[in-house]
Structure formats: structure tokens, C-alpha cells
Ligand binder design. Structure first.
Ligand code: DAH
Length: 346
């Protein structure tokens, strides 16, 4: 092929390349096109081999033409790539979503204060060997009242009014004490349980709610004494409320224990010097925390446990009351309203 024709073909390839380049919009397509022309098996390279057949004196001119076309192609590629980068940058700037903003963090939340109190109480009694027992919130009259010594017309029933259904045979349990009955009917002594759970009563004021939580304790074995009860509750108060707090027992009546007592602990909100102003203990330096006593032999008999062989103690505490005393919460409604300003403090 004569030199002129070769140069003509070369220039033709140059403009063909430039035309094909115009419509491309990705770097990959551009590189592919470049290889079709300048690659080892490319169209420009094929012409290059023709140059070898030319007489030496014409090779120089043709060689210069090759360089011109190659440089032209390389320059066009660079220019086109620059152009693509600019287009991408402009599109980035037009975006209205700022992908570089940090994301919104969702907080994981935490366990409700009353659940924390329950878990902690269960753990402390667990250290003393008490296992968790549970019962249903819808109870029958026998477990909630009858077996616990509340006969049908017993005046102690008045303090525990609740919802009754099915002619009074079923009710929303008024305390966790029926779990004592369920456990004694299904297990042989020795028995050592705590039963946390929701209970229901017709009560509604700043320290009482129609639904609230209790934790019940029951220990039945041979040779169980009142001092064992005292030791367990004292240990609990020290672990939960404070090492330096003492407890005291006041005689009281519950149909299912004999003797029965109300248990007070020393008020942790006042010191003796200014106790008269204390709103928590109303100047008495003691606050009530539990009902307790020795399980009445009648209850053991109801549950087919021999009262000649076994004795035991029981206690019941309100979880809301424990939380109020430990954290100084003055209105029980705070626990149920779901106000995050309150809940996130604990
Ligand atoms: N069940 C009683 C109540 O809710 C509290 C109670 C008192 C539980 C004495 C006991 C106990 O186990 O021995 O008022």
C-alpha cells in the first residue's frame, strides 16, 4: 500500500474514532473503543504492520502520521474521561439528599423500673435458695381466699375487693398468696419459693393502684421458726435498701398466718434529727414494707401437708412500694403512664 493511501486510512481511523467517542458515557465503553483502535489487534496497529513494507525514506512521514493519530486518540480519551468526571460531580451537587450526614441513632431502650425491681428482688432471694414460682392472674375463689382462711363471709375479704366472674367462682387475684396454695398442692416440702406477679384490687389513690405488683415468699420445712423469717427479711432489706437499716415486726392479722405481723424497715429518707419533716415516714422513722407470719396450720391442712411435722413462714411485699421507697417516687401512677421523662431516669 502506497504511503499516501496509508496516511489517508490512518486519518480516516482518527476521525472514525472521534465520531464513535461522542456517544459514549462510561469509562468502560471508552476503554473498549480505545482497545479496538490502539490495542495489539486493533485497527491502527494493523496498519502499523503495513508500514514495514514501505521503502525506508517514506517511513518517517508515515511514522509521524501514526504518532499524530495515536496522540489524537489518547488526547480525545483523556478529554472525554475528564468530561465524565465533571458530569458526575455536577449530578452529585444537584442531589438534595446529603448522604454524608450521620444517620439517626435509635436508642435501644431498657427494662422498666418495676421489672428491674422484680429481677433484683428475685435475685436476692435466689441467693438464699428461693426458687421462682408463678400462678395465673385469674384465680379461683378457693386459692385466692378459701384455702388461705378467708371463709365466705370473712370480713377480711372486704379489704380485697376485685373483679368477680362466673358467679364469684373466678376472680382477678387480689394478692400473690394463692401461689402459696398452688405450690403446696403440687410440691412436697421442703418448699422454698418466691412468687412475683401482678395483682388487682379496688384501690386508687397516690400510693394504690387497681393493678399492682407483689412478691410473695413461702418456706415450708421441718423446724422452721419465726427467727428464720426475721433473718430472711432482714437480709433482704440490707441487700436491697441499705446495709445500715434495721427492721421491726408489729403484730397484725392475716387469715393465713399465725402469728401474723406487719414488717417495717427504718426510713432511709430521714435522719433521726429531722425526721419530723420526713414525708416518707411521716416523722415515725419507720416505713411498712411487708406482711408476714408463720403459715397457719389450717392452711397446711388445706394443702394436705402435716402440720405436726412441718412449719413454715410466708411474706408478701408490694414491688411499687419498694421502688417508691428506694427511689423516692411519690405517685404510683408514674409507673404506668409510660412518660419517658420518668422512665428514662432509671
Ligand atoms: N397477701 C397479703 C396482702 O396482700 C400480704 C401478706 C401478708 C402475704 C402476710 C403473706 C403474709 O405471705 O404472710 O395483703
Amino acid at each position: 500500500m502506497p504511503a499516501e493511501e496509508l496516511i489517508g486510512k490512518l486519518d480516516g481511523l482518527g476521525s472514525e474514532f472521534a465520531q464513535a467517542l461522542v456517544s459514549l458515557s462510561s469509562e468502560q465503553d471508552i476503554r473498549e473503543l480505545q482497545a479496538q483502535f490502539l490495542g495489539k489487534k486493533g485497527r491502527v496497529s494493523a496498519l502499523m504492520r503495513e508500514m514495514g513494507k514501505l521503502p525506508p525514506d517514506t517511513r518517517r512521514v508515515v511514522g509521524a502520521a501514526f504518532n499524530r493519530v495515536k496522540d489524537g486518540i489518547a488526547g480525545a480519551v483523556d478529554g472525554k474521561l475528564d468530561e465524565l468526571v465533571k458530569v458526575a460531580e455536577a449530578a452529585d451537587l444537584e442531589r438534595t439528599i446529603d448522604v454524608s450526614l450521620p444517620g439517626r441513632v435509635r436508642s435501644a431502650g431498657h427494662v422498666h423500673l418495676l421489672t428491674q425491681v422484680r429481677n433484683e428482688a428475685v435475685a436476692i432471694f435466689g441467693e438464699l435458695g428461693f426458687e421462682v414460682a408463678e400462678g395465673p392472674q385469674i384465680e379461683n375463689d378457693f386459692n385466692n381466699f378459701e384455702a388461705l382462711g378467708f371463709a365466705k363471709d370473712h370480713p377480711a375479704r372486704d379489704e380485697q375487693d376485685t373483679f368477680f366472674v362466673d358467679d364469684g367462682k373466678l376472680l382477678l387475684r387480689t394478692h400473690t398468696s394463692p401461689v402459696q396454695i398452688r405450690t403446696m398442692l403440687s410440691q412436697e416440702p421442703p418448699i422454698k419459693i418466691v412468687a412475683p406477679g401482678a395483682v388487682y384490687r379496688r384501690d386508687d389513690d397516690p400510693t394504690h393502684s387497681p393493678m399492682f405488683w407483689q412478691i410473695e415468699g413461702l418456706l415450708i420445712d421441718e423446724q422452721v421458726r419465726f427467727s428464720d423469717l426475721k433473718g430472711v427479711l432482714l437480709h433482704f432489706v440490707k441487700r436491697y435498701f441499705g446495709e445500715d437499716l434495721d427492721i421491726r415486726f408489729r403484730p397484725s392479722f392475716f387469715p393465713f398466718v399465725e402469728p401474723g405481723a406487719e414488717v417495717d424497715m427504718q426510713c432511709s429518707f430521714c435522719t433521726d434529727s429531722d425526721s419530723s419533716k420526713c414525708r416518707v415516714c411521716k416523722g415515725t422513722t419507720w416505713v411498712e414494707i411487708a406482711g408476714a407470719g408463720m403459715v397457719d396450720p389450717v392452711v397446711l391442712t388445706h394443702c394436705k401437708i402435716d402440720p405436726e411435722r412441718y412449719t413454715g413462714f410466708a411474706f408478701g411485699m408490694g414491688l411499687e412500694r419498694m421502688a417508691m421507697l428506694r427511689y423516692g417516687v411519690s405517685d404510683i401512677k408514674n409507673f404506668y403512664e409510660g412518660d419517658m421523662r420518668f422512665l428514662t431516669q432509671f
